[in-house]
Structure formats: C-alpha cells, structure tokens
Write a protein that binds this ligand. Structure first.
Ligand code: RIB
Ligand code: CA
Length: 360
C-alpha cells in the first residue's frame, strides 16, 4: 500500500462533488465557523472506484481499534474518510495520539483525525488501561505522531465529511458511543446521509465490563440508547461474535514473519493484548473486537447475523449498559438492529494478516 496515496481520478460526477466539497474545503457558506483548515487534497478527489463504501471510524485506540484502522485502510471495498476519537480504552488525549501513531506507522497521515468527547454524556469517565496499558496502546515500538489532529471537534469533522460525500456514509464506532450520540442530537437531519451504523459493542450473553454489559456500551449507556433509537440501519457486533474472532499467538507470528515494521508492531501489540485475555479467560489469543465491525462492512458474508429488537439499560446500576436483545420478539417492539452471532474465524484472521501485510 503506497504511503499517502496521491489523489486519483476525479469523481465521475466531479462537478457535483466539487460543489459539495467546495463547501467542506471552506469556499462555501455552509462550513461551520469552528471548522479547521481545508481538508487534505486527497479528499478533493474521489478514488477511481466510486463503488467504495465511504466510512468514518470513531474509535478509542486501543489494540483492536488499531487493527480496525489498518483493516479499513487495506480493504478495497472501503474508503476511510476520517478517524475520530473518543475517550474509552484510555483518556481522549491518549486515544487521539494513538490514532495518529497508527496512521503514521501505516504512512497514511493524510487521513484526517479529530478528537471528540473526553467523557461520557452523563457518567464519569472510566478507562480500560488494565487491558490496553497506560498509553492505551502499550507493547510495541510505535512512531510518534507525524501529524497533528485537526482543530475541530470530531462531530464537526463527521458533519463536514457526511455533507461533502456524494454517497451516504457508513459510521463504524468502535468505542463508547458518545461522539455518535452527539452527532445525532446536534445534526439530526444529517442522519438521512448516514447509510448505516455498524458498531462494535454490546452482548446478547455475558458482558466484559460487568457480567451484564460490554465495555463500550457500559461506558456510556445514555449515548448508546440514543444511537440504538436513532432509526438508522444498525449492526451490533457484540461479544457473542467477537469472542469467536480470536487471533492466536500463531496468527501473530504470521505477522511477525512478514519482516516489516508494521508486521513486527502488530505482533508485539497482540502479544501484549494477549496477556490480559490469557489471564482473564485462559485463551491463546485475543478477540480483535473492533476489526470485526470493519470486516462486516467490507465483506457482508463474513459474520452471521440475526435481526431483533435491542434496548439499552440506562437506569439500573447493576445492569447498566446491558444490551437487551429480544430475539424471541417478546416485547412486541420493532426490530432495530442486526446482531452478530457467528464468524468464519479463519477467513477473518487471514483478512487481518493480509491487511498488515499491505503496509511496510
Ligand atoms: O469490549 C470491547 C471494546 O471495548 C473494544 O472496542 C475495545 O477496544 C474497547 O473499546
Ligand atoms: Ca475500541
């Protein structure tokens, strides 16, 4: 994968796109007053494959978020418009720095990064440094950021890109849903230009933050409730499927064997991430939760899903953040999500190794 791909063919309907993009690039009237400098030139063109799905990854890097970013950049089906960050695995400053470090490692610093919420909508911030280390991405020799984050808030960058995109955008949240909830509440009319939300979070069965709840949903259940009630096509990639997506030490060795810096870094990150899962679950390997959400958008046949009603517990402290999946239709409420229940693990691991191999 070339470093910072140059702009390729102008979009087939360049006039329209140019007009829309003119707004985003600051020459139109609709740009928010607090928008940052003009977006990278790469965004003033659309890749020669108009069939690519434009996606925005909202994340809290995080070892599995780092692989999600890498997969999103490596897949030809996807057009990663931006990476936005939220506090979760680590404080916001750390997750933002980590996103920039990963993009620097991959030679893709032209991808805009904007920081979002430093804490949940209502609850106090709880970070998962027990899983990801004090930096949020411990265990490997990652470069320092080669670029700064954009000055505008993540919600403003998402708004500008969604408005500028000739095609509806897919949102892939892989951290607490605070930024997505803020986007929905701040710009409700924008939702019609969001084709779907494919999030990593939740669980039909056992949680991991508590017995009841998965971390991303537990961290900001109020935001999750807003997202699940937003009325857009939503996929919940929860622990039921991500705990099947284990990447083992042997799989990590395939990355190390690539002989590249990126391969070495991800082998080391997986070794660090694997310690937590070995101690807590006795597993050989780690669930690469967030990359499953990206893989499902890129390759819809990879994950087995079922459609049902999912509601979020926001009042009880005991079951805070519980994703109540009504698979039997007992509530009589309309289904609002497809939930991930199975995955072709071997194919998934190959996708990750291929993605890492795409970078130097
Ligand atoms: O529960 C797993 C999720 O919480 C993943 O997204 C991981 O990165 C953390 O954010
Ligand atoms: Ca995450």
């Amino acid at each position: 994968m070339d470093r910072d791909e140059p702009p390729v063919q102008p979009h087939p309907n360049g006039a329209a796109a140019g007009g829309i993009l003119a707004t985003v690039l600051g020459t139109g009237k609709r740009l928010s007053v607090n928008a940052g400098p003009a977006l990278p030139a790469a965004l003033s063109y659309h890749r020669s494959m108009p069939s690519r799905t434009p996606v925005i990854l909202d994340c809290d890097p995080g070892h599995d978020d780092a692989l999600a970013i890498t997969l999103a950049l490596a897949r030809p089906e996807l057009d990663l418009l931006a990476v936005t960050t939220v506090a979760g695995n680590a404080p916001l400053e750390a997750t933002t720095r980590n996103a920039l470090r990963v993009l620097t490692l991959l030679g893709r610093t032209a991808i805009p990064v904007a920081a979002g919420a430093a804490r949940p909508l209502v609850r106090p911030l709880h970070v998962a440094v027990n899983v990801h280390g004090t930096s949020g991405l411990d265990g490997a020799d990652l470069p320092e950021p080669g670029v700064a984050a954009r000055p505008e808030h993540a919600v403003e960058l998402m708004r500008a890109l969604i408005e500028a995109s000739p095609d509806p955008v897919t949102l892939i949240p892989t951290g607490p849903l605070t930024n997505i909830a803020l986007l929905i509440r701040t710009y409700p009319r924008l939702l019609e230009r969001v084709s779907r939300i494919c999030l990593m979070g939740g669980a039909v069965g056992e949680g991991n933050a508590t017995a009841s709840a998965e971390f991303n949903i537990w961290a900001d259940p109020d935001a999750a409730a807003i997202v699940f009630e937003a009325g857009r096509p939503l996929t919940m990639i929860g622990l039921d499927v991500t705990h099947l997506a284990l990447v083992s030490a042997a799989d990590a060795a395939r990355m190390a064997a690539l002989g590249t810096r990126t391969g070495r870094v991800f082998a080391d990150l997986l070794e660090f991430f694997g310690r937590f899962h070995r101690e807590r679950y006795g597993w050989d390997g780690s669930p690469i939760h967030d990359a499953v959400a990206v893989a499902h958008v890129a390759l819809p046949g990879l994950v087995r899903t079922e459609t049902c009603r999912v509601d979020i517990e926001t009042t009880s402290e005991l079951t805070r953040g519980r994703t109540v999946a009504d698979r039997a239709g007992l509530t009589g409420r309309d289904p609002n999500a497809e939930i991930g229940l199975g995955i072709d693990r071997g194919r998934f691991v190959d996708l990750l190794v291929e993605a890492v191999a795409a970078f130097a």
